[in-house]
Every structure is written in C-alpha cells, then in structure tokens.
Design a protein around this ligand. Structure first.
Ligand code: PMP
Length: 441
C-alpha cells in the first residue's frame, strides 16, 4: 500500500508538470537576436563592433559625480528615492526639456525615470496599448518594439523605409531610405492606437526630416493616434543636421511620449537610467505600470545623471558641452569606418545620426560557404562566418525586420562605431588583410 501511494503521488506530480507553464502572451517572442550574437561575439571576436555601447570611458564629470554620491556625506543616497524619479533628476530633466520643447513642464507629472530606455518603452506599451490595438512600426526597427507590442496584446503593423540608391554612383546615405507617404497612410485605420518613431533611427542612423515628421504628425492627428517617440540618440546627429522633436510639432505634445537614455546620452550604458517625458494624461498611466513593476530606480545613478544634466544645462550649446563634443568625436569615428568599409567594397550607408552604420555585403557572397537547404538569411550566415573566421563582430540587418519582410533585406550588416581609435584601427586591419587575401587568391 505504501508503494502504491508513492506511485500515485509521482503520477499526480507528473500530471501537474505537463500543464503549460508559459503565459500565452509569451508565445512566439522567446527568440532574441542579442542573446545569440552577444554570445558569438564574446566567444570569437577580436574586434567587437556588434552591440551598441561605447568602449571608451564615460566623461569624468559624470563618473566623479557618481563617486561623490557614493562616498560623500549623504547616506540617504543609499536608500530608496522618489519612485517616479529622484527629485533632482526629474527637476533638471524638466528644465532641460522646457528649453528643448519651448513649453513649461512639471517635473512631478511630465517626467518619469526608468531603468534605461528599455523599461521606459515597456511601460509605455503596457500603459497605452490594449488587446486588439494596432501599433505601426517603421522598419528597420530596434527589435524589442515588436515583442513589447505583442506582450501588451497589440498587433504590430509594419511599414518599411524604402531605399532609393543615388544615381550618381555616390555612397548611399541613411536619408536615401524613405517612407512612401501613400503606403504609410494606408497603415492607419480606426484600429491604430500608436506609432513608434525612432529618430535618429537604430540601425540605419536615419534622422527624420521635418517634412517626414510632419507627414507622420498629420496622420496621428487625423486618426487620433499616439506617438511613442524613442529619441535615445537625440544628441548623436552629424554634418550639422538637426534632431527635430516630434512633440514640438503642432498637435503632437498631447499625444507623444518622449523616451530618452542616460546610457546613450552620457556614454554609460551600464547605468541603465532612462526617462519618459510627456503630458500627464499619458504619463499617469505610464506611472501605473511603473509602480506595479519596477517602482524604484537606483538612487545613486540618478543623482549622478542629475549632476551631469546640471552641467550640460549650464554649458548648453557651448563648445565644452558634452552634447556638442560627443557628436563631433563620433562623426570622425563614423568617417574612419566609412573609409575602411568603402576601401574593401563593403559599401557603407552613411548615417546622419546614432553610432551605427549599415554596410552592404552583397559583394562578399563568394566568401561565405553556402549552406544547402538552410533558410537562414545570408546576412545572418555572413555575420556568424565573419566573427568566427575573421574575428570581427557585427549584427545582421534582417534582425531589425519583421518575419514577413526579413528576406527582402539580407544584404546588409550593422556596425557600431562608438569605439576607441585603436578598436577601429584593429577593425580596419582585419578588413585590409581580408581584402589582400581576396585579391591574391
Ligand atoms: N531604444 C533604442 C533605439 C536603442 O538602441 C536602445 C539601446 N540599444 C534602447 C532604446 C535602450 O536603451 P537603454 O540602454 O537606456 O535601456
């Protein structure tokens, strides 16, 4: 009888184990490009131009502010701070965005601090997207938008930027990738709840023009659609171009949430300090998600970022400003990488902003062994082959497309150029050696 009892117990345990454990909202979103490619880069790369983070130090004024906060006299900086944002940080962010947007802001209701822009995005999708809502996403896109929309119960609707190569044989620019206005308009309907805008855009580096933003704004107003505006690369704009804020366009403040990141702004991605700026009618719901998930963010990091912004507010527009210096340095790095890639026939698409650069690998098809019957896109196979055989890590562009459109964009890879001169030189050495081997074989 004893044996029988334990048998039936293990039976019932088994029965319990066979029940699906996974929530339905996670179906089909378990794959993540970064898990795979970060691991490959860690294992094989000598030069990592894959994931987007600087390998140069964050500015001294920022790290010094962190040290002061850590070991200065205020022991309360080791405790919880205000849940929707450390007061000094929301105050200075409000002051800063008042300047940028030309409107009065209330630090307590128009600004919220998050664990990086990533959590800001998550809070916005959860707060604003309902079961059955459609959300328009412009391709190529920062990959997490799609699973985040789905997790909120929404349906992503994709609209691609279409490349128009210049006829004069010049290198393509990210500005040559454009929305087709009729195609964009056709995606808006009464089911559309929001559009995600990411300007400057990861991965292309496209900085949307006033006309392009105006077109999107007009459609948002016409169809009563919200805009989730991911502006984490707002300061990384080159060649005298200007980042135009969607929320500053007529009729858009009331329907836009602006998302930013201290990680990108101050070259400290490991700190994971981000924010949402917007009207209280939207932010009050974003706060509801935050208070029921993360609630508090790390106090010391917020204190240091607040001091960083205070410095930048004082130096606004001046040559010593980090927001003036960083893009200047990055533009040089961009130009080095452009020359390296162009020199070996990996045609770069010159980015107007961000620290990413997309390059055309169609001339390298014969380098990569064909895998018969594989449905893995060429850019994935190429990026894997390149890191394993050349030690150079990059990210396949098709990872930034929806399943349905992936196969139209398999001839490109994305590089990150927020790297020390030595790293970019090492990348150049790899490319040059590769070219010599190609010409001598
Ligand atoms: N949005 C975009 C477009 C990004 O590229 C990134 C980081 N790669 C994020 C959001 C997330 O930023 P954070 O590191 O501050 O969470």
């Amino acid at each position: 009888p004893h044996l029988k009892a334990s048998n039936s117990l293990s039976h019932s345990l088994q029965a319990k184990m066979s029940r699906p454990v996974q929530a339905r909202r996670l179906e089909g979103i378990d794959k993540n490009i970064w898990v795979e490619f970060v691991k490959l880069a860690a294992t094989y790369s000598k030069v990592n131009l894959g994931q987007g983070f600087p390998d140069f130090p964050a500015p001294d004024f920022l790290t010094e502010a962190f040290s002061r906060a850590l070991s200065g006299g205020n022991h309360m900086l080791h405790q919880y701070t205000r849940a929707f944002g450390h007061p000094p940080l929301v105050k200075v962010l409000a002051q800063f965005f008042e300047k940028l947007l030309g409107r009065d802001l209330d630090p307590m209701t128009n600004v919220m601090v998050t664990v990086g822009a990533y959590q800001a995005l998550f809070c916005c999708f959860q707060a604003l997207v309902d079961e059955g809502d459609e959300v328009i996403i412009i391709e190529p896109f920062f990959d997490c938008y799609e699973p985040m929309v789905k997790m909120a119960g929404g349906t992503p609707v994709f609209v691609p930027l279409r490349p128009n190569p210049p006829k004069d044989g010049k290198l393509m620019s990210s500005a040559d990738w454009q929305l087709d206005p009729a195609e964009l308009a056709s995606k808006f309907s009464e089911r559309t709840k929001a559009i995600v805008l990411n300007s400057p855009n990861n991965p292309l580096g496209k900085v949307f023009s006033r006309e392009e933003l105006g077109l999107i704004a007009e459609l948002c107003v016409k169809h009563d659609v919200l805009c989730i505006s991911d502006e984490v690369y707002e300061w990384l704009v080159y060649d005298g171009k200007q980042h135009i804020r969607m929320a500053s366009l007529q009729g858009m403040w009331d329907r836009t949430v602006i998302i930013g990141s201290a990680g990108k702004t101050f070259s400290a991605t490991g700190w994971k300090v981000g924010w949402v700026v917007g009207p209280d009618r939207l932010l009050k719901h974003v706060r509801t998600v935050h208070q029921n998930s993360v609630y508090h963010c790390a106090t010391i990091a917020q204190e240091a970022v607040a001091q960083g912004f205070q410095r930048e507010l004082m130096l606004y527009g001046k040559p010593e400003s980090y927001f003036v210096q960083l893009p200047k340095e990055l533009q040089q790095k961009r130009d080095w990488l452009v020359r390296s890639l162009d020199g070996v026939g990996m045609k770069p698409i010159i980015p107007e902003g961000t620290y990413f650069l997309v390059a055309d690998i169609s001339q390298f098809k014969s380098d990569v062994p064909d895998v018969p019957n594989s449905d893995e896109p060429y850019d994935h196979r190429f990026a894997k082959w390149m890191v394993k055989n050349k030690g150079l890590a990059a990210i396949p562009l098709s990872a930034f497309y929806s399943e349905a459109h992936k196969n139209n964009y398999t001839n490109f890879i994305r590089f990150c150029f927020a790297k020390e001169e030595a790293t970019l030189k090492a990348a150049n050495d790899i490319l040059q050696k590769w070219k010599q081997e190609k010409t001598s074989s």
